[in-house]
Design a protein around this ligand. Structure first.
Ligand SMILES: [Zn+2]
Length: 269
């Protein structure tokens, strides 16, 4: 499942390839996407591609408009991909939609078909409920206020999209290891020092993952159809039974909320 770094990777790669291009035609190949108003997309110029929360957003300048007021919003969900091609090709796998530009194509491919394409007219509606972990507005004080009164283990809390956006199972395990915090700790019991470490670890891990174009185990591909390189830098995720590189203890796997958590009992407390 793409998390924040994977969505950011796709948006960053697509942006320079498609900015300034005009949408010539939109082909919908999956009836689940029939609700998309393709007529409102045709003729629009792409002003920017960016990540908002876990969504890839195309800012669109409609014909004769002076400012952006249409947004094509893409949720990749489980297996969605946005792939850019320089020219028409028939060998595009599992296509659900194709945006034909005045130069190149953007193909939305998605094996499990949980991804969505929607058109939005109000920028305010794009803003996620949760906080953006890479924003400077998220200070240690604000994070402490969010954690205050939480009645969950910290691992489960980190996955809540209405608190921080974009963290999933991989990065939650890695962040807690980097911060030296036991994933089973009650979120509300973290000290100010631990909250500071948690915030710094969150930013560091996400930034490194973006630098390496995300993490791929099975499905994620970036806009060039390549897999993410951060998998080599994972310290605990799917490393159970191996030695912790920080303290030498054995990395463990436990189940929290029916999902695997990986951590080191030696240096996370
Ligand atoms: Zn350790």
């Amino acid at each position: 499942v793409p998390e924040l770094p994977e969505v950011e990777t796709v948006a960053r790669q697509l942006d320079p390839l498609v900015v300034g291009r005009r949408i010539r035609r939109v082909e919908i190949l999956d009836e689940k996407l029939d609700g998309l108003d393709t007529g409102a997309l045709v003729g629009c110029r792409i002003a920017r591609v960016r990540r908002v929360g876990k969504q890839v957003v195309f800012d669109l300048l409609p014909p004769r408009a002076r400012r952006v007021h249409r947004y094509l919003v893409v949720h990749l969900r489980m297996t969605g991909r946005l792939l850019w091609y320089g020219q028409r090709t028939d060998e595009l796998p599992r296509r659900r939609a194709v945006l034909e530009l005045d130069r190149g194509l953007v193909v939305f491919s998605d094996t499990r078909r949980f991804g969505t394409l929607t058109l939005c007219h109000d920028e305010g509606e794009l803003t996620p409920v949760g906080h953006e972990p890479l924003s400077s507005e998220l200070t240690a004080g604000r994070l402490a206020a969010l954690l205050d009164g939480a009645r969950q283990e910290i691992k489960a809390w980190l996955l809540r999209q209405d608190r921080l956006v974009g963290l999933g199972n991989i990065y939650a395990s890695e962040i807690l290891h980097a911060a030296g915090i036991d994933p089973r700790r009650q979120a509300a019991t973290l000290s100010r020092a631990e909250i500071g470490r948690l915030l710094r670890a969150t930013r560091r891990i996400l930034a490194q993952a973006i630098e390496h174009c995300g993490t791929t185990f099975s499905d994620f591909q970036d806009a060039r159809g390549e897999t993410g390189g951060f998998v080599r830098f994972l310290k605990v995720y799917r490393h159970e039974g191996e030695r912790c590189r920080r303290c030498g203890d054995t990395i463990a796997r436990i189940v929290q909320q029916q999902r695997s958590t990986f951590f080191c009992p030696g240096c996370q407390d």
